[in-house]
Write a protein of this length. Structure first.
Length: 85
């Protein structure tokens, strides 16, 4: 998570990724390049690397908790709410 692929710091790389993925204030790679003062090819590489990391992390987590996990983690008040079901 903290490894870098460019001369940017790991925090700068993540800020770049989040700006690209969520903020959308800058749309063209040329604008990113002039704003960050870095080559377009390197910036695209950073975004691609971080996106691969995000997708791989997302795929490792299960979509739903199992019934046993749910029973172990939920508060007792939920059991009272659904005791008739």
């Amino acid at each position: 998570m903290t490894a870098t692929t460019t001369a940017l710091t790991w925090l700068e790389e993540w800020v770049l990724y989040f700006e690209f993925a969520y903020v959308r204030t800058t749309i063209r790679w040329g604008d990113f390049s002039s704003r960050w003062r870095y080559r377009q090819k390197s910036l695209r590489s950073v975004v691609k690397t971080k996106l691969q990391l995000v997708v791989a992390t997302h795929e490792r987590w299960p979509t739903y908790a199992s019934l046993r996990e749910d029973e172990d983690l939920r508060k007792a008040s939920w059991n009272e709410m659904f005791k008739d079901v």
